[in-house]
Design a binder for this molecule. Sequence first.
Ligand SMILES: [Zn+2]
Length: 353
Amino acid sequence: MYNTIDIPLFITIESNALHNIKKILQKSNLHMNNPVIVTDAGKSLEYAKMVARMLRIKKSKFIMVSFNTYEEVKRVERFARNLKSDFIIGIGGGKALDIAKFASFRYGGYFLSIPTLPSHDGIASPVASIMIEGKRMSVGASMPLGILIDIDVIKNSPKRFIFSGIMDLISNVSAIEDWILAYQKGYEIRFNGFSKAIALSAAESVLNFNEKNIYNEEFLKILLNGLVLSGIAMEIAGSSRPASGSEHNFSHAFDLLYPDNTFLHGEKVGAGHLIISYLRDKNEYKKILNCFRDFGITVELKKIFEDKDKLLKVFLKAKEIRKDRYSYLNEISLNEKFYKNVIEKVSRDIFSV
Ligand SMILES: [Zn+2]
């Protein structure tokens, strides 16, 4: 038995990477004949223009996306196909990367990932989050052939986006607990120790990092490295198991019940992680809570913990979705009053900063 896995040809996380893109690609022996650039409005467009200048890509090879819908994926696919492009370069936060990686998977071209925000582990994962017929779906997509992250670009991220990335990465601790549980109980046939080791050490590199200044360059490199490794762990596992468990069910439930919410992915995942770890393992809970507190994340999380009735509804919904994907949520069958009490206690900890 063997695994076929796609590992990026190069992963560059350094200062001034956009400016040096030509050199970086040359060093990796990566030649693009006819690339297209997928990006979105705002700052990403500025970065995309810089990449285009460095690689001499014409404006006519740009395609702007505004929503991560299936229609947009097909539009990008048609665009690349009509131009007979060999590469799709995704430059942006979530949307542009999700669309670029899914479009290149469908089209068959290579994908180059240039994330401009550190808010989630989708920057290098083989999974894209796409709205299909009004529902947010996780679909299989291309692993990037290369990942280029400019730390000077990441440094410009609002702190909320960095917090979100930290929480998405640390949630691997919870996801792995669920993966092991499902495997031990026979609900999950495949378990990959290598993938687990990568995902867990990526999370712990941030969880145990002493410097809590999120704009510290060394820290940002470790965070981005961790998010990239998380994506690779999913590719090795052949599923999102190492980075998505019951805490991600919580986030999915939030989006199902409140599709217009403006919380970031990592914020919903982090809130879910706190509530679930409180129930599952008080030591895990304390460690996560202390880490969030030291980074200053708990101050931001107050917003999501303001409406406790909403959180209770989300928690009960999370127990109902993806039941086939066995997790700690399948194990607990206590009454509503008990969960209400748990949310109350976690909330008190968040507000006691
Ligand atoms: Zn996630």
